[in-house]
Design a protein around this ligand. Structure first.
Ligand SMILES: Cc1cc2nc3c(=O)[nH]c(=O)nc-3n(C[C@H](O)[C@H](O)[C@H](O)COP(=O)(O)OP(=O)(O)OC[C@H]3O[C@@H](n4cnc5c(N)ncnc54)[C@H](O)[C@@H]3O)c2cc1C
Length: 500
């Protein structure tokens, strides 16, 4: 019998599985899809030879996450590449401000706000590894928080109670610099005027300045392959195409999982679920094992917005007006704080954004293996309503055209380079991976009411659930979205410690 079953093979599931297997447990991963990796994988979605990341594409936690560090993936041949600039923020008026790991280069790009950026980057350098340690530790995480120091904690707490618009206006003088942090906060459902929305944008800016927005050679799937190799080396097994329907509980303890094929697979010690919190609490666990309050909050669980994602096969690199954008790993389209506020209001009102905010990844600029010789790839997403009154099918092509128009405005000549494109509306993402409910890429909203002790629901913020031996290890748990593996690692540590 297996000691542990991990349901789902996203990065959190695989990190959990590898952590347990390396501790000597017999571990089996059950994955419903025919391929592993969840939102951490790459496929040729446009044309043969063009490798596109299906979800996560750049990795600010690549070198800083303790969960990934302990797997020593670099020893397995995982290689990283980075751009001259990490994150460029151009506007159609030709202005552009960019974050780079080189402080002088970034300070020059920030122009009149160069000194303000220098202070921020120096702050990041002083905190070093202590920042990700504190962000990714299980709560309450007193030790890593204390190591960070009171002044740093207070400075971060200021961002934690600020809107990204307010924080940026206090920090920077120029409009170009002011759009950077709100643009980064909008990776998730945090608009410029949302309470507490500055924290994520600030953290992403600091991480970009520190480790950068790195990409792995060969595509995001290279990370999945490396974690799987670690898992395999420790005797772990993965079973693809096996969907778990429910968890069998006897005498308040999990004893098996039941698959869609009605197979019951027994387990000796623990089940770790790399699934959305509502799927675990409302569907997989027997209702009598979950308190009424928890079930009620799961019925009201708030997801983030939908995601509209595109891939392109290009004949040349994107001809950005901004020279810095031509050398950046990631480009953000968001002209000003007002533009981002309008975008947020439209998405929140259920309308298709008229001027879609975009996160754009230029992986092939950094990693030549992504495209055939001379060719290039491009990856982008916007945030959108999860559903439209008359469905996504009618709107996907037209919205994709709108996204291309927006890029064309920043890079005239872009459309002429397109050899192929692939479109993933929220319902496509949902079908690809059932954790991406309504196209939400974060495993639940990132609003402050869904963070820390409330993620996914109080008092189950430490991966344990009301059922002995069952742990939530997906991005629905603290610290949430992103490829850091911390949800999986922390859940695995909880399971190991409960068996001691
Ligand atoms: C378009 C997009 C862009 C993103 N960009 C970035 C980025 O650039 N950088 C970054 O750090 N993060 C990014 N993210 C977020 C990041 O990918 C996720 O936070 C991360 O993948 C979450 O990992 P996970 O293991 O919790 O879940 P997932 O990666 O979602 O994996 C869950 C797995 O569980 C499986 N599963 C679910 N239910 C069952 C079941 N009942 N039985 C069996 N298997 C099941 C699913 O099939 C899936 O394989 C992006 C996400 C998306 C969608």
């Amino acid at each position: 019998m297996d000691d542990a079953i991990v349901i789902g093979s996203g990065p959190n599931g695989l990190v959990a599985a590898a952590t347990l297997a390396r501790a000597g447990w017999r571990v089996r991963v059950l994955e419903s899809q025919p391929r592993p990796g969840g939102a951490l994988y790459s496929l040729e979605t446009t044309l043969p030879g063009y490798v596109h990341d299906v979800g996560a594409a750049f990795f600010p936690f690549a070198h800083f996450s303790p969960a990934l560090q302990h797997l020593h993936l670099d020893e397995l041949g995982l290689q990283w590449r980075s751009g001259v600039y990490e994150s460029a923020h151009p506007a159609p008026d030709g202005s552009c401000v960019s974050i780079a790991r080189d402080i002088d280069l970034a300070a020059r790009s920030f122009g009149a706000d160069g000194d303000a950026w220098r202070r921020l980057a120096q702050w990041q350098a002083d905190m070093g590894q202590r920042l990700p340690d504190a962000l990714l530790a299980p709560l309450p995480g007193m030790r890593p928080a204390l190591r960070l120091g009171i002044t740093n904690l207070l400075n971060l707490a200021m961002a934690g109670i600020s809107t990204s618009a307010g924080y940026s206006r206090r920090l920077f003088r120029t409009e170009a610099a002011r759009r950077v942090i709100p643009g980064l906060s909008l990776h998730v459902d945090l608009g410029p005027e949302d309470f507490g929305g500055a924290a994520l944008g600030l953290v992403l800016a600091l991480l970009a300045a520190g480790g950068g927005f790195q990409v792995p050679v060969g595509g995001a799937r290279a990370i999945t392959d490396a974690i799987l190799k670690r898992f395999d080396d420790s005797g772990g097994q993965i079973q693809l195409g096996t969907r778990v329907e429910s968890i069998v509980v006897r005498q308040h303890r999990a004893v098996a999982v039941r698959t869609s094929a009605a197979e019951e697979i027994p387990v000796a010690k623990a089940i770790l679920a790399d699934v959305g919190a509502p799927a675990l609490y409302l569907r997989m666990l027997p209702s009598e094992s979950v308190g009424g309050w928890v079930r009620q909050s799961m019925r009201n669980f708030r997801y983030g917005w939908g995601t509209f994602k595109m891939d392109w096969a290009l004949s040349d690199p994107v001809p950005w007006l901004s020279e810095e954008a031509r050398q950046a790993a990631v480009v953000h389209a968001g002209d000003s704080i007002d533009d981002l506020i309008q975008f947020t209001n439209e998405a929140r009102a259920g309308a298709l954004p008229s001027n879609p905010y975009l996160v754009i990844g230029q992986q092939s600029l950094l990693d030549a293996t992504r495209a055939p010789a001379g060719g290039h790839t491009l990856w982008a997403y916007s945030r959108v309503p999860s559903q439209l009154p008359d469905g996504w099918a009618k709107h996907r092509e037209a919205f994709a055209d709108r996204i291309e128009e927006r890029i064309e405005g920043l890079a005239p000549g872009f459309r002429a380079l397109i050899r192929g494109r692939a479109i993933f509306a929220p319902d496509d993402l949902d079908r690809m991976n059932e954790n991406l409910v309504g196209g939400d890429l974060g495993g639940g909203s990132a609003q402050f009411t869904h963070q820390l002790f409330w993620r996914p629901v109080f008092p189950y913020f430490r991966y344990r659930t009301p059922v002995k031996g069952v742990y939530l290890c997906s991005a629905s748990a603290h610290p949430g979205a992103g490829v850091h593996g911390a949800c999986g690692y922390n859940a695995a540590q909880a399971a190991l410690s409960d068996q001691k």
